[in-house]
Design a protein around this ligand. Structure first.
Ligand code: GRF
Length: 202
C-alpha cells in the first residue's frame, strides 16, 4: 500500500471525490489530509471519511518552517505520493526535491489545474479562461515541478464555454469535469503503481 496525502486549502470537493474513490484502489491508501486553512471545508470532508487531518496555518510560520513541519508529518505517516487538490501555496524546490523519484525523474506530487495547460497558469485560472476569447477550456492533471503549473502533463479534458455562461455556470461545468478526471487519473496511477512499468504508463 502506498501512503498518499491530499493537500487542500478550500472546499475540498475534489478531495471528497478522491476519497470516495479509495475503495476501488488496490495500491493507494489516503493516509493523511493536510490543509493550511483552519476554515477549509476539506476538514469536514476528512472527518466524514474518518481520515487524519492536519491543519497548520501558515501565518504563524515562515514558509521554510511551515514546510519543515509538514515534512515531519509526511515522514511520520510514511507518505510517498501527494495529490494537490486546490492547495493554494506554492511548494518550495526543497519540498519538491524531497519527493523526487529518480526512476520517474519527476516528483511524486500531482496537481489538478482548472485550465487547459499550458494556457492560463497560476491563480484564478477559471477567471482567466472565462475572460479570454477562447470558446472552450479544460482541466489538466500534471506532475508538480519547480515552476507554477509547468510540470509534465498527465491527463487533460476539455469543456465548452457557452455564450450564455456567466463565470459561475462556467466554473460549475469545469468543476464537474474535475470531479470525474481526478478519480480517473487515480485509477491510472493505481494501476501503474501495481506494475513495474510506472515510467512507461505515466
Ligand atoms: C479547483 O478548481 C482546483 O482545480 C483548484 O482549486 C479548486 C479547489 O476546489 N486548484 P475544491 O476545494 O476541490 O472544491
Amino acid at each position: 500500500m502506498i501512503n498518499t496525502a491530499i493537500f487542500a486549502s478550500g472546499n475540498g470537493s475534489n478531495a471528497c471525490k478522491l476519497l470516495e474513490h479509495e475503495h476501488q484502489l488496490n495500491n493507494i491508501r489516503f493516509s493523511l489530509i493536510f490543509t493550511d486553512n483552519p476554515n477549509a471545508g476539506v476538514i469536514k470532508v476528512a472527518q466524514k471519511f474518518n481520515k487524519p487531518i492536519v491543519v497548520i496555518e501558515k501565518k504563524y510560520y515562515s514558509k521554510a518552517e511551515h514546510e519543515r513541519i509538514i515534512l515531519d508529518y509526511m515522514k511520520d505517516f510514511k507518505i510517498t505520493w501527494i495529490l494537490l487538490a486546490g492547495y493554494m501555496r506554492i511548494l518550495s524546490p526543497h519540498f519538491i526535491d524531497f519527493f523526487h523519484d529518480t526512476s520517474l525523474n519527476q516528483s511524486r506530487i500531482i496537481n489538478i489545474h482548472p485550465s487547459k495547460l499550458p494556457k492560463f497558469k497560476g491563480k484564478n485560472a477559471y477567471e482567466q479562461a472565462f475572460n479570454s476569447l477562447e470558446n472552450e477550456s479544460g482541466i489538466t492533471i500534471h506532475f508538480v515541478d519547480k515552476g507554477v503549473d509547468t510540470g509534465k502533463l498527465l491527463l487533460q479534458e476539455s469543456f465548452e464555454k457557452y455564450e450564455e455562461d456567466d463565470l459561475n455556470s462556467f466554473k460549475t461545468r469545469g468543476l464537474k469535469v474535475e470531479h470525474a478526471l481526478y478519480p480517473k487519473f487515480l485509477t491510472i496511477l493505481d494501476n501503474a503503481l501495481g506494475t513495474n512499468t510506472l515510467e512507461e504508463i505515466l
